[in-house]
Ligand binder design. Structure first.
Ligand code: TRP
Length: 373
């Protein structure tokens, strides 16, 4: 029953996927291998919903609405340029879907506040952004909001980076609780059987990307490990960088100073050298990489040759993205139209979920139709 109805709402018979990003800046290669690549592959076989979490950006930047708006447009443009096809996938802005907020309020009653605060991703954010105990009320609320982002779409799978796993665990907990409380599902039920046993919400599965943590272009941090690629660490190659910027960044990047002195191959670890970590991640010619790595370890080939090759490989990846970006930049209204169309499609599904959830909670006093214009 539910399945037929949801098929009608989304207009697709493919299984649904939802994932999202907080708009904090432009996408870089770390996002590419961590999630974009995954999404490009999944959009063919799944009915995909890609949410731009603009309200999450307000948790720590409520004073910078202009910046958040620009970030929303940048990230949407990045996705379209990267090859997300708006005719098959749905790209939309979180705040355009009111059912998400309404579900958030109900879901917030199903989890103890202390449980939300035990979320390691929230703790890391409090530490890294130096929020101390001055974070807003809305800051921890965003974790429950993310549960609603996901469950509003009742997806079978949620592709994310590793740092998002605690949020997905909370989603699974709230989903079980809702199904037990309001749908009469037995608490002993196996996760995969919840919907079969009458539950409204599936117990969702995470899906991680090919590369969980891409290293940046800089030197190792205090603990000797290479740092992850990130905008704030200033060690990133962006999907929107031009060929010249890519060349400059790679030519100037850090490489392991021990590489040429190593006579014993065991002495130089290519994982400590971002040049090789990036070659291994992006160069499709694995035979070339293995061969050159051996020569490099033995001091037979220098940084410059390997860097030149990396520039070529990265520019080959980004070139088609640049071409598509130019088309969207020439027609900025197209990006807004995609997001508006996305809001229509996303609301069709989320409104249906909310109506069903209210029915289950016995709070279905009327029906409504939402119009997006
Ligand atoms: N919190 C995620 C991030 O910062 C973004 C996000 C919001 C999300 N809602 C989501 C991810 C739902 C997956 C599913 O990257």
């Amino acid at each position: 029953m539910t399945l037929t109805r949801s098929t009608e709402a989304s207009g697709s018979s493919k299984p649904r996927i939802l994932t999202g990003d907080t708009p904090t800046g432009r996408l870089h290669l770390g996002h590419y291998v961590g999630s974009v690549e995954n999404r490009l592959a999944l959009q063919k076989d799944y009915d995909c919903y890609f949410l731009i979490a603009n309200k999450h950006a307000f948790t720590t930047r409520a004073d910078r609405p202009d910046e958040i708006r620009q970030s929303v447009i940048d990230i949407a443009t990045d996705y379209l340029a990267a090859g997300i096809d708006p005719n098959i996938a749905t790209l939309f802005i979180q705040s355009e879907v009111p059912a998400i907020d309404e579900l958030t309020f109900f879901f917030a009653m199903l989890v103890p506040f202390n449980r939300v605060m035990r979320n390691p991703t929230l703790k890391d954010e409090i530490r890294d952004k130096e929020l101390g105990d001055n974070y807003s009320f809305g800051f921890p609320l965003y974790a429950v909001g993310q549960v609603a982002d996901i469950l509003a779409f009742r997806p079978v799978m949620v592709p994310v980076g590793e740092d998002q796993l605690p949020h997905l665990e909370l989603t699974r907990e709230i989903s079980r609780r809702f199904n037990q409380l309001y749908c009469g599902v037995d608490p002993q039920t196996e996760d995969r059987d919840y919907v079969k046993k009458g539950g409204l919400f599936p117990i969702i599965e995470p899906k991680l990307g090919r590369v969980k943590r891409l290293v940046g272009l800089g030197a190792p941090g205090a603990n000797g490990e290479l740092l992850k690629m990130s905008k704030s660490l200033n060690n990133a190659i962006f999907l929107s960088d031009d060929a010249e910027a890519v060349q400059k960044k790679i030519m100037g990047m850090y490489t392991d100073p021990k590489r040429l002195r190593a006579t014993d191959p065991g002495e130089t670890n290519p994982d400590k050298n971002p040049l090789w970590a990036l070659q291994e991640t992006f160069n499709p010619d694995t035979a070339w990489v293995a061969e050159q790595q051996e020569a490099y370890r033995n001091g037979k080939v220098g940084d410059v040759v390997i860097k030149r090759k990396l520039i070529e490989v990265i520019n080959t990846l980004i070139d088609p993205i640049r071409t598509r970006r130019k088309q969207f930049e020439a027609r900025p209204d197209d990006v807004l139209d995609v997001l508006k169309q996305g809001a229509r499609r996303a609301n069709a599904v989320a409104e249906e979920t909310l109506a069903l959830a209210k029915q289950k909670m016995k709070q279905d006093y009327s029906t409504r139709t939402l119009t997006i214009s």
